[in-house]
Design a protein around this ligand. Structure first.
Ligand code: SF4
Length: 271
């Protein structure tokens, strides 16, 4: 018989959810030990994980897994659009000013940190003499040079305000989109993924070819070529017409790399 210390009715309260997060950690560790697995969730020196800190994990996935490397990321992507609507429905305690732990603030912080990482990666590729393509290349390079360096991962109230002010600068925030093999230099007016009128992030899971915000480096082009090759190989073992669709998809990816090769320039040429 299953016994529970939780009330079997009513909405879940914060305390109950906090306990469930801890119970989940204990269950994972018990199972890992029982199955002889080498991994476990270590004891956290900062105390129980709790809901406030779990929000940051959720925000990390929304900010950095735009297209679904894990299945739930797709849901997280949709969650971002729900949150970004920023209307008055009250979802997830939308009043942004009351606490740095509210989901909007936490999401802003993770998005700003992810954008700073993307800018740093673009700077590294420029430093390695990679070519850049895309009509937003100049804007992306300027943004990468100007983006603030966020030091550390401790979230203070000042940092929350800085992150949200940074994200409000339409056209200078860079979003990594590994599933589409590009960097999105997000400018609302250009976006083909139809973000909400006041959104401060693209709908990356619905990234569309030919968007004026897309920027690619030689690394993106190489990864695209590799992906096209993989799809071709897989298509040989797929039944028709699935195989035919896969080859058409691989052809599109190859065309994108050819466009990159034909139009990409070193950063100096975009200056
Ligand atoms: S469609 Fe454009 S704005 Fe939207 S994610 Fe793709 S590149 Fe960014």
């Amino acid at each position: 018989m299953i016994t529970t210390r939780y009330a079997p009715y009513g909405a879940l309260k914060n305390n109950t959810l906090n306990e469930r997060v801890e119970d989940f950690v204990a269950w994972v560790n018990r199972e890992a030990e029982a199955q002889g697995l080498p991994h476990h969730i270590p004891k956290d020196p900062h105390g129980p994980i709790g809901l406030a800190r779990f929000r940051r994990t959720l925000a990390w996935h929304i900010a950095r897994q735009p297209g679904g490397l894990i299945a739930l990321a797709i849901q997280y992507g949709h969650l971002r659009t729900v949150l970004d609507a920023r209307t008055s429905s009250g979802y997830a305690s939308r009043s942004r000013s009351r606490s740095r732990h509210r989901i909007h603030s936490v999401l802003d912080v993770e998005t700003a940190l992810a954008a700073a990482d993307t800018a740093a990666r673009l700077r590294d590729r420029v430093a390695a003499d990679e070519n850049i393509s895309g009509s937003a290349a100049r804007r992306a390079l300027t943004a990468a040079a100007q983006v603030p360096r966020f030091k550390g991962r401790i979230v203070s109230n000042t940092f929350v305000r800085k992150a949200s002010a940074f994200l409000a600068r339409n056209g200078v925030v860079l979003f990594d989109n590994p599933d589409a093999f590009l960097i999105c230099a997000f400018k609302r007016e250009n976006a083909l993924c139809e973000p909400d009128p006041d959104a401060n992030a693209p709908r990356q899971y619905d990234c569309r070819p030919g968007c004026g915000n897309a920027v690619r480096t030689d690394t993106h082009a190489r990864l695209l070529r590799e992906r096209a090759g993989e799809i071709y190989q897989l298509s040989a073992h797929a039944p028709e017409p699935v195989g035919k669709r896969m080859r058409a998809n691989a052809d599109r990816l190859r065309e994108t790399t050819e466009t990159h090769d034909a139009t990409a320039h070193r950063a100096e040429a975009w200056a």
